[in-house]
Write a protein that binds this ligand. Sequence first.
Ligand code: ZN
Length: 479
Amino acid sequence: MEWETVIGLEVHVQLRTRTKMFCACRTTFGDPPNTNVCPVCLGLPGALPVPNAEAVRLGAAAALALGCTIHETSVFARKNYFYPDLPKGYQISQFDQPLATGGRVTFESPERGRIPAGITRLHLEEDAGKLVHDRFPGRTAVDLNRAGVPLAEIVSEPDLRSPGEARAYLTTLRQILIYAGASECSMEQGSLRVDANISLRRPGEPLLGTKAEVKNLNSFANVERALEAERERQVALLESGERVAQVTLLFSAGTGQVKQLRSKEESHDYRYFPEPDLPPLVLQDEWIGECRDALPELPEARRSRLEMALGIPAYDARVLTSEVPLADYFESVVVAGVEPKTAANWVMGDVIATFNETGGFPVSPPTLAELVGLVRAGTLSHQAAKRVYAELIQSPADAPAAVAERLGLVQVSDQDALATWVDEVLAASADEVARYRAGETKLMGFFVGQVMKRSRGKADPKAVQPVLQEKLKQASRSG
Ligand SMILES: [Zn+2]
């Protein structure tokens, strides 16, 4: 029997601020434990929170980039629960009056093509600390550097229909947030974390099934794997006539299995109430308008601009805009004078490989443009240019022409040199010469190949052909 999978995602992203949500402590990742703390983020009696204007601005930028409506008034609320990583005994979040609601992310579904997923809401909150289990044998330590770091929680509608779709949605969401400058979305540093809700129902059934929640997934690959494991578990339950219970699960990347954490806390268990130490957050229309105007070009717009203005194929535009630095580099290469499709081929080939390895671009756009110029002028073959590029990665200050010279890769188009190689080849291929003269003109490719071989790749193939044609005519006349 068939089941339809229904998935919704809650994504927590760390906003890119220098300081915390309600105090002036730094947000730097990797500092010694408990060095970025103060009375406010430690929850000491009498300490009062002050909202970080930059965090509000970045939250608004994220919301606008996702097409959400920002509300003029939103309200901070206390979410009460006891856990050792939460010094105040509550987390300041937003509940029934969030910063923004009602956006969408349009993404490429592996099964359904280009589709939108709704964004229910985006709200601001502070992060909790981190429990450290491997520092003292048999004990658990707590690092509160992360306590109070500003987060945006982005909740999607249950619009996703497969684990693969969840992953594709996340990839696009991450891209938008990075483009908007709202978050670095670094999975390694935990600045993007995902909770996934999944339920099953019969196709066509209007009501949702009972959902389970897989918490704290820290890579997109693990989101997909966890949802696949949970879908299998639910299918097995339903097919054997049992019910799915509303549970919270943790995914183990080691075993690829989910295991139950605790029975789901209902939202009223958190005893939300408006934060008495903070007034409602009121944002003027004018300020929201300025945020909208300040938004940089987003991935979708950049993709279509590259396609339309530079005439590169849709696929190329998608690859090139996947990361901001890659798209910037590509555009600089075009500005440096390289024809767009040629620039795209270089960037999607050798340059992207270097970028993935080193995270940077050792060869500057003008230098790459110079190298491409040597190919266009016939001084270098494309193969030889790739070797020069590899050399330039090691010594980026060198001129491409000098490197080509040093490696002995400069193509020879000198007529005398070419004529010598051609004569040698024709003398060694009497049989083929006879067949060519008898009308088998496609042998031209063979002759060119032989000359290239004899010159050890240095002959300029475009210059070789006219010399060959001339010599073969002579051979024909004298024979
Ligand atoms: Zn602090």
